[in-house]
Design a protein around this ligand. Sequence first.
Ligand code: C5P
Length: 213
Amino acid sequence: MAVDGPSGSGKSTVSRRLAAALGAAYLDTGAMYRAITWAVLRSGVDLGDPATIAKVAGEVDLRIGTDPAHPHFSADGEDVDAAIRGPEVTSAVSAVAAVPAVRELLVNRQRDIIAAAGAIVVEGRDIGQVVAPDADLKVYLTASALERARRRSSEHDTDVQATAEALARRDHLDSTRKIDPLQIAPDAVVLDSTELGIDEVVSTMIELLRAKG
Ligand code: C5P
């Protein structure tokens, strides 16, 4: 199952809960781009140097957890779960994710993980369109810009206005990049969670899956 959508739409919370409810695996592809970005920042590479970014991405030993209860990630043996959510990684990730060689590497890895899993819920930006066009169900999860900023600022204890600006910047970069931009797959179900709670979104998705048989 593919869950795509902009930052702060609730994709991670909903996808994890859904995977746990279905007894499925869970793959956070955003965390993969974040972990590569963490390695790029650690190595001090210039974010305007795609060839060296690609080289770092190819060399890092990225371990990817797919248990929805503990989706643990490590890079070169270091636990990166907290660091990849920090402001440095968040503000650099869209630039790293726009490097074609990084996408190719991670999309291949995502397809391998999906092929090896039985049932899996995969969240990201390009899952329904690029990574898993044959997914049983594609959901595009969204919410109003203000609601997304409110959710993010309450998670990270940051100012709503500044968070709204940072989200708008990242959404713009993610949806206007040349390769695999954030788009709504033509066969995706669009779910607007602005006025819905997490449980309602999860149960709607389970109903959608059942309806697909
Ligand atoms: O979902 P999350 O906010 O953690 O994603 C971080 C960033 O990773 C996004 O802003 C985007 O630049 C990139 N990303 C991507 N393709 C995906 C998932 C995330 O380009 N499938």
